[in-house]
Design a protein around this ligand. Structure first.
Ligand SMILES: Cc1ncc(COP(=O)(O)O)c(C=O)c1O
Length: 385
C-alpha cells in the first residue's frame, strides 16, 4: 500500500480499514446510533440485532457458538481477560501457568501480574531457532500441576506458526486449560477452535482489515460458569464483560471477519508470492541478509530480516519517511530494548540489533517491493558513521 510516496510495510502492527468494512459500519455511526442494550425501542433493537449478527458471524468464522464470543477492546484485553479469569476462577486447584517465551507482552505481563498476586508459578516454554515450541521441554514441563497453558498461534515478530492442535491436545492430556492468542493468525492460518481444540482464543479486528478498538475472546461454553467477570456493571455479554457495546466497531469486526473467511486462501497466497519477490529483490541487489525464524510453517507476510553488520535502527531511520517497517514489535516501540523474541530463538544482541521486520499485506504489490528494496540497498551501502 502507498500513502503518497510512503510504502506501508507494517501490516502486523495494524492493517488499513477495508473500504467494504467502513461502508458496513457507517449507518451505525449516523442513523442506528442507539444503545444496543435499550430494548424498549426500535433503534435500540436494531443496534442490538447488528451486534448479535456480528457475534454470530465471528463465531461461525472460527467454528464457535455465538454465546462463546465476548467482545473486548482488542487482543490485549482478550488476553488479559483470558489469563485473569482462569487464574481467579480456578484459584487453589493447580499452581502452574506455562506461557511460551515468545508471547506478546500483554500475555507475559498479565501472567506475571495475576500469577504473582494469586500465588501461581509462571514458567516460560523455550522455543527452537525456528520459533516453534521446543517439544522436549514442553513435554517435560507439562505436569498435573499446570492449570493454564498460553501459546500464541503466530508470532508477531518472526511469524512462526505453532502446531496449535497438537500443543492443545498435549495440555489437555494433563488436564490443563489451553489459551491461544490468535491476533496474528488471520494472514497465516485457518482459525478453527474445534479443530485446534483450544479452550480460549483471542482475536483483534485491526489485524484483519477491521477497525481498531475491538477484539474478541472465545471462551468454550463449558468454562462459563467457573469464570468471574472482570468488568462489572450492567451485566452485558452474559455478565462476563459489562459495558455498552460499540455497535459500529462490532459491525466492522463482523464484516472484516466475514471477508477474511471468504478470501483467506487468496490472501495467504498473495503474501506467499509477495514475500518470495521481496527476498528475490534482496538477492538481486546483493544485500547480505539472513531471514530470522522459519520460511516453512509461518506467516508469509512476516519477513524478519537480519542485515549482516548493519544497525537496524540506523537503517530504518535512513529509509524514513519512505518505508514503514519496524524493529521489535510495534507494541514495544517507543523504547528500543533488544527484542526478547529474537533472543529467545538464539540471536546474539548484535544480530538482534541488525534485524528489521517488514510485514507485507493485501495492499503490497511488486512495484512497492522494488522501490522499498532499492531504498534499503542505498541505505545498506552507506558507510556507518
Ligand atoms: C500477537 C499479538 N497479541 C496481541 C496484540 C495486541 O493486540 P491489540 O492491538 O488488539 O490490543 C498484538 C498486537 O500487535 C499481537 O501482535
Amino acid at each position: 500500500m502507498r500513502i503518497g510516496d510512503i510504502i506501508y510495510m507494517d501490516y502486523q502492527a495494524s492493517t488499513p480499514l477495508d473500504p467494504r468494512v467502513l461502508e458496513a459500519m457507517m449507518p451505525y455511526m449516523t442513523e442506528i446510533f442507539a444503545n444496543p442494550h435499550a430494548s424498549q425501542h426500535l433503534l435500540g433493537h436494531q443496534a442490538n440485532q447488528a451486534c448479535e449478527s456480528a457475534q454470530a458471524v465471528i463465531a461461525e468464522a472460527i467454528g464457535a457458538l455465538p454465546n462463546e464470543i465476548i467482545f473486548t477492546a482488542g487482543a490485549t484485553e482478550a488476553n488479559n481477560q483470558a489469563i485473569a479469569s482462569i487464574l481467579l476462577g480456578y484459584k487453589g486447584k493447580r499452581k502452574k501457568v506455562l506461557i511460551s517465551s515468545i508471547e506478546h507482552k500483554c500475555v507475559k505481563e498479565a501472567a506475571a501480574f495475576y500469577g504473582n498476586r494469586l500465588g501461581y508459578y509462571i514458567e516460560e516454554i523455550p522455543v527452537l531457532s525456528s520459533g516453534a515450541i521446543d517439544p522436549v521441554a514442553y513435554d517435560r514441563m507439562l505436569t498435573e500441576e499446570v492449570l493454564l497453558v498460553s501459546i500464541m498461534a503466530v508470532n508477531n515478530e518472526i511469524g512462526t506458526l505453532q502446531q496449535v492442535a497438537t500443543l492443545a491436545e498435549q495440555a489437555h492430556n494433563v488436564g490443563a486449560i489451553f489459551h491461544c492468542d490468535a491476533a496474528q493468525a488471520p494472514d497465516a492460518a485457518d482459525i478453527d477452535v474445534m479443530e485446534w481444540g483450544v479452550d480460549l482464543l483471542s482475536l483483534s479486528a485491526h489485524k484483519m482489515y477491521g477497525p481498531k478498538g475491538i477484539g474478541a475472546l472465545f471462551i468454550d461454553a463449558s468454562l462459563h460458569q467457573d469464570l468471574p467477570a472482570l468488568i462489572h456493571g450492567g451485566g452485558q455479554q452474559g455478565g462476563l464483560r459489562s459495558g455498552t457495546l460499540p455497535v459500529p466497531l462490532c459491525v466492522g469486526f463482523g464484516k472484516a471477519i466475514s471477508l477474511w473467511s471468504a478470501e483467506k486462501k487468496q490472501r495467504h497466497e498473495h503474501l506467499r508470492q509477495m514475500s518470495a519477490l521481496f527476498l528475490q529483490a534482496l538477492d538481486k541487489a546483493d544485500i547480505p541478509y539472513h531471514v530470522n525464524g522459519t520460511r516453512t510453517s509461518c506467516h508469509h507476510g512476516n519477513l524478519n530480516i537480519e542485515f549482516i553488520d548493519i544497525d537496524a535502527d540506523r537503517l530504518l531511520s535512513q529509509i524514513q519517511p519512505h518505508v514503514c517497517a519496524s524493529t521489535g514489535s510495534a507494541c514495544n516501540s517507543g523504547f528500543l530494548a533488544p527484542s526478547y523474541v529474537l533472543q529467545a530463538i538464539g540471536l546474539s544482541l548484535p544480530r538482534a540489533a541488525s534485524s528489521v521486520r517488514f510485514s507485507l499485506g493485501q495492499g503490497t504489490d511488486e512495484s512497492q517491493i522494488v522501490d522499498a528494496v532499492e531504498l534499503i540497498a542505498q541505505a545498506v551501502s552507506l558507510p556507518s558513521s
